[in-house]
Design a binder for this molecule. Structure first.
Ligand SMILES: NC(=O)c1ccc[n+]([C@@H]2O[C@H](COP(=O)([O-])OP(=O)(O)OC[C@H]3O[C@@H](n4cnc5c(N)ncnc54)[C@H](O)[C@@H]3O)[C@@H](O)[C@H]2O)c1
Length: 265
């Protein structure tokens, strides 16, 4: 199926993670489809990613940005517009499960909100005039933590809950402009950031096995490619009547019968 993404300018926040991160995988998939990724991240790795694509003859732009800084976010959108003159879709993907729990300070809690939800607001706010022109759309990356809780991560849980709230709020707000707004909810995906977390645990391998077993479909984590492919489908005009939706790409983790898990294992 041709997703009609050729030449589309797609802004992806948090897209300069290590190779195999969700943002980096989305960028690769966009490039495969002939779209033009605009990477927004604070990590200078993004320069290398954009250069790699350019060497293959694929256009791309990296704007090094701290997404918690409103001025830098406004400037990032301006730089994208200065180069391409349009934005067709925004994928808000930045996010860190930073463990700001009930013992965190006020500042730590607020910092978590700034990174994990306020940055989503800023991106859409500054990109909106251009999304209106292109009748573009917004895709937010959510987490099961918003719905199931995790423990010890109040900031991230509140933020990802906010992300789901904003997804529906914007779907309503922006219907008048023909702009869609959706979210993908991820449960467990073995990204480099996830691996880093597992490595901090004294019994990481055991925890990993337990988590894999708890995922109903095939007792395995969601591949980043599976998330990226769903993301591309949702932002494409092949999903032209889908808005305000939470799409769970989670191997049934959040919804399926617990009894199923013991059957599988
Ligand atoms: N991996 C999972 O199992 C999982 C589960 C649920 C939700 N998610 C969500 O998926 C998304 C991507 O996750 P990932 O595992 O690929 O993470 P990742 O850590 O690889 O990606 C996060 C990116 O955010 C960037 N970043 C962090 N702080 C920044 C800042 N202040 N300014 C600009 N950039 C900043 C990092 O440089 C990195 O590139 C996140 O929103 C995460 O919450 C992941």
């Amino acid at each position: 199926m041709d997703l009609h993404l050729k030449g589309k300018i797609v802004v992806v926040s948090g897209s300069a993670g290590k190779e195999g991160s969700i943002g980096e995988t989305i960028i690769k998939r966009l490039a495969d489809e002939g779209a033009i990724p605009a990477l927004v991240d604070r990590n200078s790795r993004g320069f290398g990613y954009a250069e790699e694509l350019q060497k293959k003859g694929i256009d791309a732009l990296f704007v090094q940005t701290d997404v918690t800084d409103p001025g830098q976010m406004e400037s990032a959108v301006k730089q994208i517009i200065a180069k391409y003159g349009r934005i067709d879709a925004v994928i808000n993907n930045v996010g860190v499960n930073d463990g700001a729990g009930l013992d965190a300070s006020y500042e730590e809690f607020m910092d978590s909100l700034k990174l994990n939800v306020v940055s989503y607001f800023l991106m859409v706010k500054y990109a909106l005039p251009y999304l209106k022109e292109s009748k573009g759309n917004v895709l937010n990356i959510g987490s099961k933590v918003a719905l199931t809780g995790q423990g010890g991560t109040s900031g991230y849980a509140a933020a990802k809950g906010g992300v789901l709230g904003l997804t529906r709020e914007w779907a309503v707000d922006l219907i008048q402009f023909g702009i869609r707004s959706n979210a993908i909810i991820i449960a467990e995906s073995y990204t480099p950031a996830y691996e880093d977390w597992i490595k901090t645990l004294p019994d990481g391998e055991t925890v990993l096995k337990k988590i894999n077993k708890s995922i109903p479909f095939e007792s395995r984590m969601t591949k980043t490619e599976e998330i990226a492919d769903t993301a591309l489908f949702i932002i494409s005009d092949r999903s032209s009547h889908t808005t305000g939706q939470f799409v769970f790409v989670d191997g049934g983790y959040v919804h399926l019968d617990r009894a199923l898990i013991s059957d599988v294992n």
